[in-house]
Each structure stands twice: as C-alpha cells, then as structure tokens.
Design a protein around this ligand. Structure first.
Ligand SMILES: Cc1cc2nc3c(=O)[nH]c(=O)nc-3n(C[C@H](O)[C@H](O)[C@H](O)COP(=O)(O)OP(=O)(O)OC[C@H]3O[C@@H](n4cnc5c(N)ncnc54)[C@H](O)[C@@H]3O)c2cc1C
Length: 261
C-alpha cells in the first residue's frame, strides 16, 4: 500500500505578516514550521504503514526552504519525500495548488491513500485536499477521526461532525483529511533524524510535472486577493487588588459592566 501525506510549511505563530503591495504572505526571515494539523496526517500515515504495511511519502509544494519540513516528517518515520518547487508556482490559489500537488502525486504513482490535514494555519481554507481528489478523480472523506479498517480495496472511517459521528466507506484510492482527535503525533526518533539528514529530497519543477503549464501559479489561479489587512487587537487589563470576598464582588461587577454577565 502506498500512502502519500501532503504537508505545508507555514509561518510559526499567529502573527502572519502580509506584504501590502503584493498581498502575499511574507515568508522571508520568518521561522517556519510544519502546519500543525499536518502532523496528525503524518502520524496517521506512519500508523497505517505499521498496521497494514506499505510505503509512506510526504509531498509539499513550496519554496526551497520547505525541504526542512519534509526532512522533519522523515525524522518522524516517513520513508520518502518530494518537494514541488518552481517560481512558476508563485501566487497559486487553492485551485492551482491542488492541481500542482495532484500532478506530483501522479508522478509518485501507484497511490492508495492520500492524507491531508484539516486546514492550514495561514490560508485555512480547507480546500486543497478536496481539490486534489477532484483533480485525480478519486473519492474523498473529510474530518476523519479514526480509520477503522482497510480491506478488500475499501477504507472504513469514522468522521467527526459538529454534533455526531458518521461511519463512511470508500473505494481505494481515496483522499482523506484528518482531525486532531485521530492520534497523538510522535516525537522524531534519533535513528530517523539521522536518516532524514542524509536522504536526498528530489525537487520537481513545473516542467518535470508536465500537465497544462497555464494552470500553475498566478496564471492558473482564477481567484485573486484584492485586499488584505491585519486586525489590530487592543489588549487592555486592569489589576484588581484587595480582600478575597471584596475581590469576587468587584470582578462580578466588572463582568456586568462589560456585558459578560
Ligand atoms: C485568492 C488566493 C490567492 C492566493 N495567492 C497566494 C499567493 O500569491 N502566494 C501565496 O503564498 N499564497 C497564496 N494564496 C494562498 C494559497 O492558495 C494557499 O497557501 C494554498 O493554496 C494552500 O491553501 P490553504 O493554506 O488554505 O490550505 P488548506 O486547504 O487549508 O490545507 C489543507 C491541507 O492541504 C494540504 N496542503 C495545503 N497546501 C499545501 C502545500 N502547499 N503543499 C502540500 N500540501 C498542502 C495540507 O495537508 C493541509 O493541511 C492564495 C490564496 C487565495 C485564496
């Protein structure tokens, strides 16, 4: 069984900066991490291999520095990784991103399960996973909280909804996106970290992916960011001091004034 996990490198923290001219996220000089939701996708990929056997891959589309995210995933126990990187991919919206990733996945080939995170910290559209599945013409199951079984060419999953669960079966190959509830991501092991340091990560560009070159990057993106701005959050605080009984009374009065109570 071949399992491919899609991971995105995102700026660390919630303080995402946007270039006022280009309306693009500023990535230079900003510490980047694996999108936290994708750690659950990586972990589930490794667990599936442990349960059912096979081979695991990670794929990421991004600038050259995204290679470090791939190495980190290999450090956790993923077998192979590939980076899709080319200036032509810049300015991709979710449609162009999912098209590019679908070509990379086809190039890896013979896939049975593709795993994505629920959404990213920076873009947080949650559209890329379903987009990849549409480009590949395969079924997808979103918000998977448990993989119950894989047998006879089918996967059975538990799906987390707002106030209930669903059990869904789909034919392989399939794409799933996973929620935090599915597992607890492991810490990279020393043995895997050493392997991750040495392994060669291929970088595939637009030409190597083939496909319709006009569907990459800005040219292939039907949506454009017209404007973007950051919200200024005012932090205000008041220190309340005094005897405990009086304090409780004062805090309740403060909350009443704020309309919280
Ligand atoms: C109109 C528009 C214009 C944009 N223009 C730009 C731009 O000019 N420059 C720019 O940097 N960004 C741009 N973006 C953001 C860019 O589209 C997203 O970074 C990208 O498509 C991923 O979308 P997302 O972050 O919402 O991922 P989601 O759909 O929330 O991600 C879900 C899952 O998909 C997988 N995934 C997502 N992205 C990747 C990836 N790159 N590689 C591997 N797996 C992935 C991960 O498993 C992730 O957990 C634009 C977005 C929009 C809507």
């Amino acid at each position: 069984m071949r399992i491919i996990v899609c991971i995105k490198q995102v700026p660390e923290g919630i303080d995402v900066k946007v270039d006022p001219e280009t309306k693009r996220i500023v990535r230079d000089g900003v510490k980047s991490i694996i999108n936290p939701y994708d750690l659950y996708a990586i972990e589930e990929g490794i667990r599936l291999k442990e349960r059912f056997g096979g081979e695991t891959w990670v794929i990421s589309m991004g600038p050259p520095q995204a290679e470090s995210a791939i190495r980190e995933a290999i450090g956790m126990g993923i077998d192979n990784g590939v980076l899709l990187s080319d200036k032509k991919f810049a300015g991709s919206d979710t449609l162009a991103t999912s098209y590019t990733l679908s070509l990379g996945i086809k190039k890896i080939g013979n896939f049975d399960i593709i795993i994505c995170g629920r959404e990213t910290l920076d873009g947080s559209t949650g559209q890329v996973g379903p987009g990849i599945a549409e480009h590949l013409g395969i079924p997808y199951i979103t918000y998977v909280s448990k993989i119950i079984d894989i047998k006879e060419g089918k996967i059975e999953c538990k799906r987390l909804m707002e106030d209930h669960y669903e059990i869904i079966k789909a034919k392989l190959p399939v794409l799933i996106n996973v929620v935090k509830e599915i597992n607890e991501p492991r810490i990279p092991s020393l043995k895997n970290m050493l392997r991750a340091k040495k392994i060669e990560i291929p970088i595939w560009n637009a030409e190597m992916l083939g496909g319709d070159q006009s569907l990459f990057g800005q040219e292939g993106s039907p949506t454009k960011v017209i404007d973007v701005w950051t919200q200024t959050i005012k932090k205000e605080g008041r220190k309340i001091e005094g005897e405990p009984e009086k304090l409780v009374e004062e805090i309740i009065n403060e909350f009443k004034k704020l309309g919280v109570l």
